[in-house]
Write a protein that binds this ligand. Structure first.
Ligand SMILES: [Zn+2]
Length: 302
């Protein structure tokens, strides 16, 4: 099956980490007219005509040069400045969530570069003081490390989050059911896979079991890995799983989750066709998990 979430990572650039400390190479590529640069003000970019606004290095302002890598024979950088420009024109500059619509269609091929650029910009913005000693941090390694005067080094983070379909009943049978939940703030009919962050010292499988139990009261036994999706909003890595329930009684927490239900494939198809059940968007791993269990594409999306 062709999973749309994989398209967000297709054709990813070569990150050439070995060049991040090669100052001569970095200067040479920065001066190359073929090089493309994404200007980031704080954590925001300004799309132009609905597109990601790549410029030449000569057009870029001063700031922290972040080497993203090479693709299509070019070098790609982000240039991260302070937040002033974005603060002066807030309705023109968008954070990653606001840029996602600009990544649809042709722009999808640029998603890995944009996720890399804005994920690092977010980290550079949020990590300005050393968490060990409180001194200011300065970037090095072409934006991929931060160091304080005492030599404490910080590296970019990706926080693991688990996202899962939970199933019950004889696999592949008409009775087999899948557990989806919804948050109170969502529009009517919207349901999705459950998700949550992995805690320190916890395995991913135990995080799946704990989150499902906390949010819905359902006990999960076997857990199988499905796939993953970078989601730097601001720093998540979504790890998809399929869990097998060993109990079916639902008792929602009414905190994170407002309602959870078991859906058979027939329920799911009927609900999605009339719009009573609205599933997550095509490029999300959540959508892929649901369609993987269902066995094919379903209509409608957020
Ligand atoms: Zn320090």
């Amino acid at each position: 099956m062709d999973y749309q979430h994989q398209r967000l990572a297709a054709g990813a650039h070569d990150r050439i980490a070995v060049r991040r400390r090669d100052d001569a190479w970095l200067e040479e590529r920065w001066a190359d007219p073929d090089t493309r640069v994404l200007v980031v003000s704080g954590t925001r970019v300004r799309p132009r005509d609905g597109r990601i606004p790549w410029v030449t290095a000569q057009e870029a302002p001063d700031g922290v040069r972040v080497l993203l890598g090479e693709n299509d024979g070019r070098a790609w950088f982000a240039l991260v400045t302070g937040p002033e420009a974005a603060q002066e024109a807030k309705d023109e500059w968008f954070p990653l969530r606001g840029v996602l619509p600009h990544l649809a269609g042709d722009g999808l091929a640029q998603a890995p570069l944009v996720f890399h650029a804005l994920g690092l910009a977010e980290w550079l913005w949020a990590t300005r003081y050393c968490p060990r000693c409180g001194e200011p941090l300065a970037p090095r390694a072409a934006g991929h490390e931060l160091a304080c005067p005492h030599g404490h080094v910080q590296f970019p983070r990706s926080d693991p989050a688990v996202i899962m379909v939970v199933t019950s009943g004889e696999p592949g049978s008409a009775d087999e059911r899948c557990l989806l939940g919804r948050q109170a703030s969502w529009p009517e009919g919207r349901y999705s896979t459950l998700a949550g962050f992995c805690e320190p010292g916890e395995t991913l499988e135990d995080a799946v079991r704990r989150e499902v139990l906390e949010e819905t009261g359902v006990v999960v036994g076997d857990v199988e890995y499905f796939g993953n999706q970078p989601w730097p909003l601001p720093a998540s890595l979504m790890l998809g799983f399929i869990g097998r329930a060993v109990s079916e009684v639902i008792n929602v927490d009414n905190d994170e989750i407002d309602d959870a239900r078991w859906f058979t494939r027939a329920d799911m198809k009927a609900g999605a066709e009339v719009g009573e059940l609205v599933l997550p968007g095509g490029v999300s791993i959540s959508r892929s998990l649901v369609e993987h269990w269902y066995g094919g594409p379903l209509p409608g999306q957020w």
